[in-house]
Design a protein around this ligand. Structure first.
Ligand SMILES: C[S@@+](CC[C@H](N)C(=O)[O-])C[C@H]1O[C@@H](n2cnc3c(N)ncnc32)[C@H](O)[C@@H]1O
Length: 337
């Protein structure tokens, strides 16, 4: 017998922003950082966070029901996951991307319908700025938040690339658009024979250098500053691009793949990774929604399938390509020169 149609999934997705904003506000308020110092009862937690009595209990219990807190005999505590990943005091903190989601993406996504009608971004550049990065980089606090957010969204894939890629066949790498440098750091940590470069705009240098020093790989990983629009890429055995191609329109994507080709020796590899959409464009919902996020954030950016990317690489001269899943929605496309 066929199941009766139910509106459950429709209502759940339609109102999913309730759960999303509750988690984002909990991160903003430091709920998980506070509870990482020790469990607390309703009044203790409410007072520590400076919340009004009216809805504090509903807020904390909603976080229990959503699976982000546990409550035992009236005492609230983090789950293993929120304690590890949402306590700001731990290096495993991944909340940077969610802080950015809270302050920037949540308000900007209000403009999605308008963006779909006009094809125009809905973020800070909506009223005339030249590009996302110039706007972000004009404000040091926003720049720092953005670069930390990138580490949050990329950490799982960075660890997978550091382990999965055949690094033993290579001696050097350059991470193009490196942000804080987490990919470069994870590759260097897992592969002591490699030397690496993080390439990015000049304003990124101090943030990159602090991060690389804190991880302890500054003897093998250096920063090279510049814009990939104005100059060639530093030469290396492997060129990596994480969340770079989706920021730009097709001519720029092709230009960047061409510059990567020029930077590689014969047998060298280009590794492109992000939430690569499945070739049928029906399964990787995160990748497809990420592409809508690029509509909100950029004038011409979009996400793409593994087959799309492999095709652009082949047009640029790469002789072999392959697509490999990393973690969650992320895959890498590898091109061998
Ligand atoms: C979306 S972030 C990706 C960061 C990192 N690769 C990751 O996956 O987490 C894009 C990066 O490209 C850098 N970028 C933007 N325009 C650039 C340019 N013209 N030249 C070099 N890097 C640039 C930004 O500063 C930023 O670090």
């Amino acid at each position: 017998m066929q199941a009766q149609p139910s509106p459950d999934a429709i209502l759940q997705t339609g109102l999913a922003f309730w759960a999303s904003k509750t988690l984002l506000s909990a991160i903003e308020l430091g709920v998980f950082t506070q509870l990482a110092r020790g469990p607390a009862d309703l009044v203790g937690l409410r007072d520590a966070l400076g919340l009004h009595p009216r809805s504090a209990r509903d807020f904390f219990d909603a976080l229990v029901a959503l699976g982000f807190l546990v409550r035992t005999d009236g005492v609230y505590a983090n789950t293993a996951e929120t304690d590890l990943f949402l306590d700001r005091a731990k290096p495993s903190y991944v909340g940077g991307i969610l802080e950015m989601a809270n302050t920037r993406l949540y308000p900007f996504w209000r403009g999605l319908t308008l963006a779909l009608r006009t094809g125009l971004p809905q973020n800070e550049v909506a009223h005339g700025g030249p590009n996302l990065f110039d706007t972000l980089y004009a404000d040091p606090a926003r720049l720092e938040q953005f670069l930390a957010a990138m580490t949050g969204i990329s950490r799982g894939a960075n660890l997978a690339i550091a382990r999965k890629f055949p690094w033993k066949d290579h001696r050097s790498f350059v991470d193009v658009g490196t942000a804080q440098g987490d990919l470069a750091a994870q590759i260097a940590l897992a592969n002591p024979h490699l030397r690496g470069t993080g390439f990015d705009l000049p304003g990124v240098r101090p943030i990159f250098e602090n991060y690389i020093r804190a991880i302890g790989v500054d003897d093998r990983v250096a920063f090279a500053q510049g814009s990939f629009f104005d100059q060639e890429l530093p030469k290396a055995d492997v060129v990596l691009m994480g969340h770079i191609l989706h920021d730009w329109d097709l001519p720029t994507k092709r230009m960047l793949i061409g510059k990567a080709y020029d930077a590689l020796p014969e047998g060298g590899a280009l590794v492109v990774y992000e939430s690569i959409i499945d070739d049928e464009r029906r399964e990787n919902a995160f990748g497809l929604l990420m592409s809508l996020n690029m509509l909100i954030e950029t004038p011409g950016g979009f996400d793409y399938t593994g087959a799309d990317c492999a095709g652009w690489m082949e047009e640029a001269g790469f002789r072999q390509t392959r697509v490999e899943h990393l973690v969650g929605p992320d895959s890498m496309v590898v091109g061998i020169r």
